[in-house]
Design a binder for this molecule. Structure first.
Ligand code: 13P
Ligand code: ZN
Length: 274
């Protein structure tokens, strides 16, 4: 029975809180960044009449593999700053149509808005993540400042970049033992960047977009947020370390290997020299 208030739904409140945190951290200037969160149909049915489609919105790629799935997503052009005060305008609940060629708006985008322009990268990344982890529900994109800056000053080699991240904070290897994926610079919002991102998402939950931002994935908003937060912290430390000058010591590969053993995670094959 769809009799509960959608503005009190936990997934709407979580989206409001998370976008607000991301904005406050400086990761999402203006409309920068976007989130998609796969919802449980039975849960949504407590709040919305699922037979009431408000609008049908075409999508420029094939979403057939996700047909029938329901997501809450941020709106294209909407400011993260404003989600907390105007969720009904800035957020939308969409269902992928039976043909996979459009989405059905069930709630939100109240001033005529549409889902994020990065929907190709989001939905294709959901497909990739679900193929290796059925628990995955969230894909998050933002313009985390220090990570973005590092894509100018650090080689864009995945192994080298990952090793630097692991060396910056002891917790990094534990949080993302599989490392960081990096795609080439590509035009945002395209199916091409969606393909490149989702290919990396089969083996990584963190994917860097050079000179643009980062994608993170996880089983809930906290996990995706925490992943980006940890990588961004490492990039911030990298920035300080570079600014302070000569590096006198770092975490050794032997220490990183010991860390992996202690926390029962497997560092990506070939990334440590031990
Ligand atoms: P949207 O406003 O369409 O979500 O785009 C923002 C963005 O970060 C593009 O990469
Ligand atoms: Zn972006």
């Amino acid at each position: 029975m769809a009799n509960l208030n959608i503005l009190e739904a936990p997934f709407v409140l979580e989206m409001m809180e998370t976008t607000n945190n991301m904005y406050r951290l400086g990761w999402d200037e203006r409309n920068g960044g976007n989130i998609s969160y796969l919802l449980d149909e039975a849960l949504v049915a407590n709040y919305l009449d699922l037979s009431n489609v408000l609008r049908e919105i075409p999508i420029p790629f094939d979403g057939l593999e996700l047909a029938g799935k329901i997501f809450i997503v941020t709106g294209s052009g909407e400011y993260f700053k404003n989600v907390i005060n105007n969720p009904e305008r800035c957020l939308g609940i969409i269902r992928i149509s039976e043909t996979g060629k459009s989405v059905e708006l069930l709630w939100g985008f109240s001033t005529g808005g549409v889902p994020t322009s990065e929907l190709p990268s989001h939905l294709m990344s959901h497909i990739s993540r679900l193929s290796v982890d059925p628990e995955n529900r969230v894909v998050m994109h933002c313009h985390a400042s220090h990570l973005l800056a590092m894509t100018f000053t650090h080689p864009l080699d995945e192994r080298a970049f990952t090793r630097t991240m692991w060396q910056m904070c002891t917790e990094c290897l534990v949080v993302f033992p599989e490392g960081v994926g990096i795609i080439p610079w590509l035009v945002p919002g395209t199916t091409e960047i969606g393909q490149a991102t989702s290919n990396k998402m089969k083996e990584n939950r963190l994917v860097l977009w050079p000179h643009h931002g980062v994608y993170g994935a996880g089983k809930d908003l906290d996990e995706a947020f925490g992943l980006i937060e940890t990588a961004e912290k490492a990039a911030q430390i990298f920035t300080y370390v570079r600014a302070q000058g000569e590096i006198l010591q770092t975490i050794t590969d032997e220490q990183l290997a010991a860390l992996g053993e202690a926390f029962k995670v497997t560092p990506r094959e070939g990334y440590l020299e031990v």
